[in-house]
Write a protein that binds this ligand. Structure first.
Ligand SMILES: Nc1ncnc2c1ncn2[C@@H]1O[C@H](COP(=O)(O)OP(=O)(O)OP(=O)(O)O)[C@@H](O)[C@H]1O
Length: 577
């Protein structure tokens, strides 16, 4: 595994090779063994760990490996051409959402046991190896969002689910143009561009010619100081230009027709188009299977937009599947959610894994956060007590502040969330918080930081600071701001602590964290000051908090979090959306 870098030390914390007892490997993060007392690795699940570097060739030593999941990392370079020698017994291989480039190696088709292959969201180019079509065991092949070209092999679609959307150069498969007309279209496009280029050249030549003539004639006119006369050359120039413009109209129109749809259209149609490009990311059948036909037993919550279901893919990967009840009703929110979440990646922001548009269904698919909403933990309704420890609360507070500070100050879009509350903080299995619900957010055009945009962004940013403050108080007291009557106004941080003690969640009293509790309340009270200008910036809040708790909870360098180019029409879009 030397070729992999582990910048967040997700592996380093448990991957300790000094202990050589049988089965010690099985306790490593992400490792599943055939038997807990044997060093035979069955599955390796290293998804979403911020791993970098190249494909780990050392895996050939794991000769019993059947499943490898390296999805949602930043691994680059080629997929090894001899991969079938490295993963001889693999049944499931997921390398999606990385930066793999180069060809899909034909030798992958020699992994005879391979049942599921996911290579979506990479930079893979070249053709889909035709050998995949003859593979006996392959049932799922996902290749969406790559740079693949050439014919789609002749798959037996009744036995294998293949997705290859958003690979501009592919042809021949269902829903794609036949390869001959695809070639023809490309030729046509090529030809059209050549003609357009030639015309443009002729036009500019004519312009220069006529302009020079005009200049000469006008300078002559000026020198002779004679009244202007009907000018033949001017007239010819105007006539030729308008003629050329007119002649080019159908050509321009035709070229526009050949452009990808999202460049042809604008406005509300964008949502359909964004969905369209993501359509094949997840197919309905797969989601139907994952959620047991959207059974009510799998429902984990109901929101404004629809019902969210827990789903499990065949490899055991958990999803949260939000099935929209009426997509048109929440078009703006859905559009924002997709536009923002599909372009950013941060350990404290819930990853949007995909989108499905099929048979009038509109479904958003997120990574599943197994501990659900933070509010559920702070205000449990069930009889069983759900108690968060102080270190867990601090981890959550730091994570939410980290995400917001990154959104406001580091990420090039300068996103303000505008809906921060304990309802939209989800908790994963290790209580790492994941900010969700970006349906009210605003962002700035990174190319156009004008004063108007900046001023409303600053104001909105202060709202996020206020809302974070109220989440922090909720974390300490278990009460919402409405229930906490003027705690900050009456609290005496240097004197009598009784008012503060009275408000603090009883489960935290007497555990030796009193000073830290005070400190967090103080940070929160600064955030919820009535006058927005007196509130600190999100960066100041996060820095304050990480100065106190960062070392214990691991200060995380956010420089690597991703915000890829968002397709922004204009800064006003933020207001209009
Ligand atoms: N990624 C996820 N992992 C686990 N549970 C989730 C996930 N996303 C949503 N949920 C659950 O589904 C519920 C409904 O989510 P949803 O976002 O639709 O509504 P909401 O959070 O109540 O917000 P709103 O009604 O404003 O849209 C959440 O409250 C949460 O319990």
């Amino acid at each position: 595994m030397e070729s992999l870098e582990d910048p967040y030390n997700y592996l380093a914390s448990t991957w300790n090779f000094n202990n050589n007892t049988e089965g010690f490997i099985c306790k490593f993060n992400g490792v599943e063994c055939w038997h807990p007392d044997e060093n035979r690795v069955l599955n390796l699940k290293l998804s979403n760990m911020g791993l970098k570097g190249e494909f780990p060739r050392g895996l050939r030593n794991c000769s019993s490996l059947t499943g490898l999941d390296l999805s949602v990392n930043q691994i680059r370079g080629p997929i090894p051409s001899d991969i079938s020698n490295i993963l001889t017994y693999a049944t499931s291989l997921d390398l999606s959402s990385n930066k793999f480039s180069g060809d899909i190696p034909t030798s992958l088709a020699n992994c005879t046991y391979l049942n599921r292959l996911k290579l979506d969201d990479n930079m893979l180019s070249g053709e889909i190896p035709p050998e995949f079509a003859w593979h006996m065991r392959l049932r799922t092949l996902s290749l969406t969002n790559n740079e693949l070209s050439g014919p789609v092999p002749n798959f037996n679609y009744s036995s294998v689910s293949v997705s290859y959307g958003n690979n501009r150069g592919l042809c021949g498969g269902p829903s794609l143009l036949p390869c001959s007309s695809h070639k023809h279209l490309h030729l046509h496009l090529h030809l059209t561009f050549k003609v357009a280029l030639l015309l443009a050249f002729l036009l500019s030549f004519l312009c220069v010619l006529v302009y020079t003539m005009c200049c000469r004639s006008s300078s002559r006119t000026r020198t002779r100081m004679k009244p202007a006369k009907f000018n033949h050359q001017d007239y010819t120039f105007k006539y030729v230009c308008s003629l050329i413009r007119w002649k080019m109209r159908p050509l321009v129109y035709y070229i526009r027709q050949l452009l990808p749809l999202h460049l042809q259209l604008n406005g509300t149609q964008q949502i359909a188009l964004i969905m369209e490009r993501l359509t094949s990311t997840m197919n309905l059948e797969e989601l139907n299977d994952a959620t047991e036909s959207f059974s009510i037993d799998n429902a984990i919550g109901v929101g404004k937009m629809g019902i969210t279901y827990e789903g499990v893919l065949s490899n055991g990967f958990h999803l949260a599947v939000k099935r929209l009840s009426d997509p048109q009703l929440f078009e703006r929110q859905v559009l924002l959610e997709i536009r923002i979440l599909r372009n950013i990646q941060h350990r404290n922001i819930v990853p949007l894994l995909g989108f499905c548009v099929e048979n009038n269904e509109r479904i958003l698919v997120y990574q599943y956060a197994s501990n659900g909403r933070l509010s559920k933990w702070l205000h449990p309704v069930e009889a069983e007590p759900m108690i968060l420890t102080w270190p867990q609360r601090i981890k959550i507070a730091l994570g939410v502040a980290r995400a917001l500070s990154w959104l406001h100050h580091t990420c090039n879009l300068h996103i303000v969330h505008l809906n921060v509350s304990s309802e939209c903080v989800l908790l994963d299995e290790i209580f790492e918080p994941k900010l969700s619900n970006f349906g009210e957010a605003k962002f700035m055009n990174p190319n156009k930081h004008d004063d108007l945009g900046m001023s409303f962004y600053v104001e909105d940013g202060k709202k996020d600071v206020y809302d974070l403050g109220s989440v922090l108080l909720e974390l300490v007291t278990g009460k919402t701001l409405k229930e906490l009557v003027c705690l900050c106004d009456n609290a005496d941080f240097s004197g009598d602590p009784s008012i503060i003690y009275d408000a603090v969640d009883k489960s935290l009293i007497g555990k030796g964290f009193e000073n830290e509790v005070f400190t967090l309340i103080k940070v929160a009270c600064e955030c919820i000051q009535a006058i927005p200008d007196e509130r600190p910036t999100m960066l100041q809040v996060y820095n304050n908090m990480s100065n106190v708790w960062g070392e214990r909870h691991g200060v995380i360098d956010d420089s690597d979090m991703l915000a890829t180019g968002l397709e922004i029409v204009s800064a006003t879009e933020i207001v209009e959306l």
